[in-house]
Design a protein around this ligand. Structure first.
Ligand SMILES: NC(=O)c1ccc[n+]([C@@H]2O[C@H](COP(=O)([O-])OP(=O)(O)OC[C@H]3O[C@@H](n4cnc5c(N)ncnc54)[C@H](OP(=O)(O)O)[C@@H]3O)[C@@H](O)[C@H]2O)c1
Length: 164
């Protein structure tokens, strides 16, 4: 089987990230999937391998942990370093209270995860893509707190399953 393309999907243990993983596995992509729940991550990896016959590498880390993110991406095995597409999806919506009543702890969690965590992943993967002379193909899924802003930023090359 020709695993000609590699995709890294953060937050692939549930929801949107898991749906992306299934979609790209079904299109014969080799997958790197991440999340914090190791048992769930291992289950998803085994299921995708079994159903789609693709290679899957699971990486368990918290995107808020800058050192862990950098370490995980720097230590990718050779066969997974040539990343074509990043779905920068890991995140959450903490605190849906009105602006004036919102918990500042919730805001901190969201900024640390949805902004800083995103940036750590994006830079680490972009460095690899540039080293590998890839056209940058990044998909961002971003939610900021308390209706400040809602953005879904997709930069999708025309030959990804996304476009079908
Ligand atoms: N659902 C919506 O209506 C909606 C709307 C706009 C934007 N979004 C954004 O879309 C993304 C996915 O949403 P979803 O509804 O699919 O959510 P979900 O089902 O809760 O999935 C979130 C994923 O992110 C991972 N994750 C969360 N915090 C993490 C952290 N600190 N470090 C590493 N992984 C982390 C979770 O994995 P673990 O729990 O295993 O760590 C999980 O795989 C999120 O960024 C969300 O903000 C969602």
């Amino acid at each position: 089987m020709d695993h000609s393309k590699t995709i890294l999907i953060t937050g692939a243990t549930s929801g949107f990230g898991l749906a992306c993983a299934e979609k790209f596995a079904g299109n014969n992509y080799q997958l790197i999937i991440t999340g914090r729940r190791k048992d769930r991550l291992d289950h998803v990896a085994a299921d995708l391998k079994n159903r789609f016959g693709v290679e899957v590498l699971s990486l368990c880390f918290d995107v808020r942990d800058r050192a862990a993110v950098i370490d995980a991406i720097e230590k990718l095995p050779d066969e997974f370093r040539n990343i074509d597409v990043l779905v920068n999806n890991a995140g959450l919506a903490a605190g849906k209270d009105n602006f004036d009543e919102a918990s500042l702890d919730d805001w901190d969690t969201m900024v640390d995860t949805n902004i800083k965590g995103f940036a750590y992943i994006a830079q680490s993967v972009a460095k690899l893509m540039i080293q590998n002379k890839k056209a940058i193909s990044l998909i961002w899924v971003l939610l900021l707190p308390n209706r400040f802003m809602l953005r879904v930023i997709c930069i999708v090359p025309p030959n990804t399953p996304w476009a079908h």
